[in-house]
Structure formats: structure tokens, C-alpha cells
Design a binder for this molecule. Structure first.
Ligand code: HEM
Length: 430
């Protein structure tokens, strides 16, 4: 998911200032909690499930007003059909960050760059640049590298005495190192990139530590772009410089690279950690992986069930229109609850549980839909299909080191996830 962290952090700062009158450090949860729960509930979970309010709303009014106290009109779509319709609309809605910024008082300096908050023709241009690197043929060259990254991390975990934090030791480094491979980050710098990546998620260093890590990683990527301008490498950055170096400035290139890093890191890490938790708490799902069955169907079902990107980027109505019969005015913002849509009964019965054998019907919306559908979907699938089986085969007795009910789940985060996942790798000794 592209640039969510940076957008989220900026929004949090803004929300905190607006509601709390603060200019000093704010905590993630502290600042978001300044918005009333009545407008944040689409980001809450009950265990791994969206809170019941989301399901009730989907039944009663799948497009409804969110009570946002900012003098702006915000709608929430929770049904599969309306969410798909909004994301698939090519002329009714805009992703343009400029409109959003103006409405809530952000300046153009807050522009995150990258793909997620741009419209055609800019979006078409940027997306065409990165797409060739995400074709199955180009991605296939990463498969053996992903296998090595995964098995190295498993070896590193096996060397740790006592409980292991699966998030820091496995779920984060696997996507971080995979993206290094994709972008063409030199081997000598990978430990550094892994450090930034871990620090983005480590709230122990104070509220600003993740922001610092994001800024450091952006500065690093700017330096990398400048280096590769002189000597283009094998990865995405080198390919962009070779093929489009004249059309793209360093800033634009660094923003694209940062979008890929941010988009692919938090999302895949959350899927790896939460998926591992599901496999530990529902061991019958892990068994077929141990006996060599392909992980494809399980991965799709986990993507749907967990839908870690809880809401899509905000969409802005370009003109007056209707969604599911509800009139939306030009300029209104519509938030699409992907986690709500992926539990909708129109997809089939029993969507609140994992059923690997369910008939493959309409596709889930965990990667979005339409123009902005995740560019990294196939890469993410490769990582998950490689990592889950390797993990459950290597550590068949792995289990949470604390009661799963006590695990630190993120409370109101656009990308749902865990802040840590302590696990025990060895079987219980009698
Ligand atoms: C399981 C992992 C992932 C999930 C669940 C996920 C989810 C999503 C979703 C829902 C969107 C669309 C948002 C919207 O329409 O508002 C999106 C867009 C995007 N994702 Fe992912 N993503 C994942 C992995 C990745 C990876 C591995 C990369 C790159 C290496 C990536 C890069 C992007 C980019 C660049 C966009 C913006 C595309 C555009 O606006 O055209 N994502 N992702």
C-alpha cells in the first residue's frame, strides 16, 4: 500500500493540532483518539474481525455519513458492491491529493508523491513507468531471492534463545529485504534499510521516532537515486534511470521508490505476522502446508479474511452522483471500508471465518480494485506463498508466547497489524 504511513503521520499531526491545540510530540493512538470513536470505528477490530458496527452498517446502509467534526462531508462505504463501484469509477471520483489537502487545510508541501493520491494523466504516466518491473516475468527472477531471504531469517530466528519477536525477526525483514532486491539497493546498505524499516514500526523510541525513520529512509533513497544516476543498478531504480532518466527528476524517482518501499513493507509485514498468528491458533490450516500442498488458496483466503488495508485512499466526488442510491455531492469525500466489503455476504456464506475450500468466486478487495489496484499484488503473493509454508515447516511447534488476547494489536490504524508478536519456537518440555 503506497505512502500510507507518511500520509497517516501527516494527518495525525494535523488532527492533533486541530483538536488538541498541540504543537509538541503526539502519539499515534493519542492523536487519532482525538477523533471521536464514532468516526474511527471502521479502523477498529474485535480480535481479527472488523467491529460488529461495520457489519450492522453494511446490512442497514452500506453507504452512510461518517460523523467527522471538520465541517466536511465524509461518507463510508461498507458493502462489497458500492466499494467496488467507487474504486472502479473512472470519472466520478478523484484521488488527487491537492483536493484533499485544500479541504482539510494541508499545504502542497504535504504532497506525498508517488501513485496513490494522483489522478490520470499523472497517475497513468507514473504507473506505466513502474508496471514493467512488476510483470510476472520480471518478478520471477525474485523468487529464488525471496526463498533465500526467508530461509536466512528462519536460521537467524533459530539462533535466538527464548521467545522471538516474529514481527521484528521475520515479518518485517522479509518484505524489507525483498523490496531492497526489487529496488536494487546495494548489499552493503541493506542492514541500514532494514533498520529504518524496523524503526518505522517501533514506537518504543518515542512518538517521533517512526517519523525520523521515514525521513531518514527518504534521504537514503534520494542519495541512492543520485548514485544510480551515475551508475544505474539492476533493480527498479536503475531500470527507471536507464529507460526514463530524462523524463524523471531525482525527487520524483525517490518519491516513487519511497512509495514502493512504504506500500510494500507495512502491508506485507502485517499479513505475514497476522497470518502466522492465524496458523498458530488454527493449526489445522498449517497442516496441509507441512505436507507440501500449495499455499495459494490459503493465501487468498487470509488476504480476504485479514484485509489489512482497512480503508482505501480517500476518494473525492468530482460531480454530484449516486452510490447505491445514496446522493453524493461534488467535493464530498468517500472512504471505502475494504475490511467491511471483504466480509460481505454477497461473496458467499460464512465470510467471518476462514474456509480454504470455499468456491473461488468474485475476487476479494484486499488489493483494492480499478485504476489504483495494488501494483505489488503479485509480489506480495509470492512473499506470502513462500514464507508461510517455510515458517510452519521449520518451526512446527511454534506458538504465541503470550495469550493471543494480550497481543498488542494496533487500535486505530489504516493498516491493521500487531506491534509485536512474541513466539516460542520449541515444543513445550514436559
Ligand atoms: C499483502 C500486501 C499488500 C496489500 C494488502 C496491499 C494493498 C493495497 C491496496 C488496497 C491498494 C489500493 C489502495 C486504493 O485504491 O486506495 C494498494 C496500492 C498500492 N500498493 Fe499495495 N498492498 C500490498 C503489497 C504491496 C507491495 C509488495 C507493493 C510494492 C512493492 C505495493 C505497492 C503499492 C502501490 C505503489 C500502490 C498504489 C497503486 C496506484 O495507486 O496505482 N503494495 N495496495
Amino acid at each position: 500500500m503506497q505512502t500510507y504511513s507518511s500520509v497517516r503521520l501527516r494527518l495525525l499531526g494535523w488532527v492533533a493540532r486541530r483538536f488538541g491545540g498541540k504543537t509538541g510530540p503526539v502519539s499515534f493512538d493519542g492523536s487519532l483518539s482525538m477523533l471521536p470513536d464514532s468516526s474511527l470505528f471502521p479502523l477498529f477490530r474485535d480480535g481479527l474481525d472488523p467491529v460488529p458496527e461495520v457489519g450492522k452498517l453494511r446490512e442497514q446502509s452500506p453507504v452512510s455519513r461518517l460523523p467527522i467534526p471538520l465541517g466536511i462531508r465524509v461518507w463510508l462505504a461498507t458493502g462489497y458492491e458500492p466499494v467496488r463501484a467507487v474504486l472502479g469509477s473512472t470519472d466520478g471520483f478523484s484521488n488527487d491529493f491537492g483536493r484533499f489537502a485544500a479541504q482539510i487545510g494541508l499545504t502542497a508541501a504535504a504532497e506525498p508523491g508517488g501513485l496513490g493520491m494522483t489522478d490520470p494523466p499523472m497517475h497513468t504516466r507514473l504507473r506505466r513507468l513502474v508496471t514493467p518491473e512488476f510483470t510476472m516475468r520480471r518478478l520471477a527472477r525474485l523468487q529464488p531471492r525471496i526463498e533465500t531471504i526467508v530461509s536466512d531469517r528462519l536460521d537467524a530466528m533459530a539462533r535466538i534463545d527464548g521467545p522471538v519477536d516474529l514481527l521484528q525477526e521475520f515479518a518485517l525483514p522479509v518484505p524489507a529485504l525483498t523490496i531492497c532486491e526489487l529496488l536494487g539497493v546495494p548489499y552493503a546498505d541493506r542492514a541500514l534499510v532494514q533498520e529504518f524499516s524496523a524503526a518505522r514500526f517501533d514506537l518504543g523510541g518515542g512518538a517521533y521516532a517512526p517519523l525520523d525513520a521515514i525521513n531518514e529512509s527518504k534521504a537514503y533513497l534520494r542519495g541512492l537515486v543520485a548514485d544510480q544516476r551515475r551508475n544505474p543498478g539492476d533493480g527498479l531504480i536503475g531500470a527507471l534511470i536507464r529507460d526514463h532518466g530524462d523524463e524523471l527528476g531525482d525527487q520524483e524517482l525517490a518519491a516513487l521508490a519511497d512509495g514502493v518501499l512504504t506500500g510494500g513493507l507495512e502491508t506485507s509485514a502485517s499479513m505475514l505476522a497476522l497470518g502466522a498468528l492465524v496458523l498458530m491458533t488454527q493449526p489445522e490450516l498449517a497442516e496441509p502446508l507441512r505436507s507440501g500442498e500449495p499455499a495459494d488458496a490459503l493465501v487468498e483466503e487470509l488476504l480476504r479474511y485479514l484485509t489489512v488495508v482497512q480503508v482505501a485512499f480517500p476518494r473525492f466526488a468530482v460531480h454530484d452522483l449516486e452510490v447505491a442510491g445514496v446522493p453524493i455531492k461534488a467535493g464530498d469525500i468517500i472512504m471505502c471500508s475494504l475490511s467491511g466489503a471483504d466480509r460481505d455476504g454477497v461473496l458467499g456464506p460464512g465470510m467471518d471465518r476462514i474456509d480454504v475450500g470455499r468456491p473461488t468466486g468474485r475476487s476479494h478487495l484486499a488489493f483494492g480494485h480499478g485504476l489504483h489496484r495494488c501494483v505489488g499484488a503479485e509480489l506480495a503473493r509470492m512473499e506470502l506463498r513462500t514464507a508461510y509454508p517455510a515458517l510452519v515447516r521449520r518451526f512446527p511447534a511454534m506458538r504465541p508466547a503470550v495469550d493471543p488476547a494480550d497481543l498488542p494489536m494496533r487500535r486505530a490504524s489504516i493498516v491493521f497489524g500487531l506491534d509485536a508478536l512474541p513466539v516460542t519456537l520449541e515444543p513445550l518440555t514436559p
